[in-house]
Write a protein that binds this ligand. Structure first.
Ligand SMILES: [Zn+2]
Length: 279
């Protein structure tokens, strides 16, 4: 899809599964299972949708999926399905890892930054995108390095330590432009420094919602993940972002949807309606 001076592609890293109850917090299963049917383990299908923005010579990747550094136990717990992973799908669009110039992380949980790094032929963990500058919020990086017991399992140092060694990690200090027209916007909610990424072009705005609204089944204000550290903040910020998305006709991108990855939001009889767009 072309948006102003940018070309946008959804690049999938496959699918995985999470517990349906954990994905909907206090919402009863009787309500959420109509939107997201659960399997025998009560898990629901989740996408790993990353966004590639091409603008002039820039190839900007927003989040990098779950990666491939996991072991068999992890693959089983999260039912990781990667018939084609992020690199396969980039290749299919004509891009190799060395072509990526910038990586912007929404936050640093393992299902968002997995392909930041990979093992080389000697088994050493190295940056996957050797020519890229990688951006993360400083506050999120500090949390990732000193996680509390609740967050510890979500932060895997293998996903960023190699970037520190090569000097490819650049830390951001709050909401602001990472590149001209591309803003990292702190929302909090999911983690203290969780961000969405806002792309402004002459032809309109696209917003990568990350874990603020992981799937279209999470549009309603109370439909908040049990994983969120600050659910009341999510419930405060989400409707404001969605209001603006409706009023200003933003293209919305849903990172964890296994079905509808993007669309424009409108309101009919007080309910959100998503007009699907294929990227
Ligand atoms: Zn996530």
């Amino acid at each position: 899809m072309i948006l102003g001076d940018c070309e946008l592609h959804i690049i999938s890293d496959g699918n995985f599964k999470l517990d349906g109850g954990a994905m909907f917090g206090v919402v009863p299963k009787a309500l959420w299972h109509r939107l997201e049917p659960a399997d025998d383990n009560n898990q629901i299908q989740m996408g790993l949708n990353c966004l590639l923005i091409i603008r002039g010579a820039q190839r900007i990747l927003i989040d990098t999926g779950i990666g491939n550094k996991y072991d068999a136990k992890f693959a089983k717990i999260y039912a990781v399905q990667q018939p084609r992973n992020l690199l396969d799908n980039l290749h299919a669009k004509g891009f190799e890892p060395a072509d990526i110039t910038h990586v912007i992380m929404s936050h640093m949980h393992f299902d968002h930054i997995g392909w930041n790094t990979r093992a080389n032929e000697n088994g050493e963990i190295v940056p996957t995108f050797r020519n890229a500058t990688y951006f993360a919020q400083n506050g999120e990086f500090e949390t990732a390095q000193n996680p509390d017991p609740r967050s510890k399992a979500s932060y895997l140092p293998d996903n960023w330590q190699a970037l520190q060694r090569t000097g490819q990690l650049e830390l951001l200090n709050g909401t602001g432009e990472v590149l001209p027209g591309i803003e990292s916007v702190i929302t909090g909610g999911h983690t203290e420094f969780h961000t969405i990424v806002k792309l402004t072009t002459p032809a309109g705005v696209a917003v990568f919602l990350a874990d603020l609204v992981p799937t279209p089944s999470h549009l309603k204000t109370p439909y908040v993940m049990g994983y969120d550290l600050f659910p009341k903040q999510t419930m405060d910020v989400k409707p404001k972002v969605l209001r603006q998305a409706i009023d200003e006709h933003w293209l919305l991108i849903f990172e964890h949807s296994a079905r509808v990855t993007s669309g424009y939001l409108c309101e009919k009889n007080g309910a959100y309606v998503l007009e699907e767009v294929e990227l």
